[in-house]
Design a binder for this molecule. Sequence first.
Ligand SMILES: Nc1ncnc2c1ncn2[C@@H]1O[C@H](COP(=O)(O)OP(=O)(O)OP(=O)(O)O)[C@@H](O)[C@H]1O
Ligand SMILES: [Mg+2]
Length: 367
Amino acid sequence: MSLIKIEHLKKEYPNVTPLKDVTVEINKGDVISIIGPSGTGKSTLLRCLNQLEKPTSGKVIFDGVDITDPKTDMEVVRQKMGMVFQSFNLFANKNIIDNITYAPIKLLGKSKQEAREEGLELLKRVGLLEKANNFPDELSGGQKQRVAIARAIAMKPEMILFDEPTSALDPTMVGEVLQVIRKLAKDGMTMMIVTHEMKFARDVSNRVFYMDEGGIYEEGTPQEIFYAPKKEKTRIFIKRLKQLRLSIESAGFDYIGYSSQLEQFGRENDLSDKMVKRLILIFEELVMEGICKRAGVYPMEVIAEISEAEESVVFEITFGGEEYHPKDDMDDITKDLLNAAIEKYDFSYRDGKNHIKCLLKDNKPNY
Ligand SMILES: Nc1ncnc2c1ncn2[C@@H]1O[C@H](COP(=O)(O)OP(=O)(O)OP(=O)(O)O)[C@@H](O)[C@H]1O
Ligand SMILES: [Mg+2]
């Protein structure tokens, strides 16, 4: 059953038109992940849906009501359409339970008592009952975001819009927030979620919108978009998500930053802990201790890539200079360590460059 009909939606700013002509229907129970490069109108689309932005033209019919009609009472519409932002947007001067009960009391006319009981129930649901009397700045980012979600649910919305709900969070807190959203999906909540978490998008959504060129450039099931995108730009974007390029310009490069990028890349692509450890081991032993320290030729290009077709994780290193075989220049312990991580090791020297390609052991990503 259709919950929202978006018809020829256009949003124009003085210098840019992020939404040129968007027509799409959202059904009750849909969980839609919205992905796409920066600046392609993902936030703008959500903001036009709940009228935080006024569309330039076109229509949004929500629950049979044209919410682009100036006569429509937007307060009522917003109550039915919750929104969760990247930056939580909690009231800093209210404690957690008051953050949750404020709108139900004020806008839904609930008694204090009833709103409080429901609010505590919701806090229990997101695992934060014991924080009811704390203030937002006493909570971690992940906890704040769970409160923001509980606050949205307290209004009993027909749907919830999420704009990058986990991108301001420390990696250790992402999981707890996604878990709450996952539960909502299970309970049948209609949701639109702008996210960079590919695994999550794959797991929870039934539809994925890839946005580009002023609209929904390609839509499909997670399977279609992540494994068999049809259109050029979608393909390029998805391939990039599955690839991490690190350029090493000198011996003084930020190796801690690069290791944590590798770790994050592994996590976002749902590699097992073992696989992530292998990626980091190869980076540390082969790249840093081996090639950097001994050959020391810069720039060096390092690429970690998940290749879907072969279901494999590949680590590639390219650098110039003389022909250099790192494996010939290594002690036995390091060799053993690397052998435990690498299934297949290819070396070639062409066009004045050393190319090393390592296929990781047990190379199936954890899909
Ligand atoms: N209030 C505004 N005034 C002028 N231009 C704006 C405004 N809000 C957004 N834009 C522009 O509209 C385009 C789309 O912005 P939007 O925030 O929707 O992109 P996005 O896909 O959410 O990007 P990101 O992934 O970086 O969050 C951008 O070029 C942005 O600069
Ligand atoms: Mg955005």
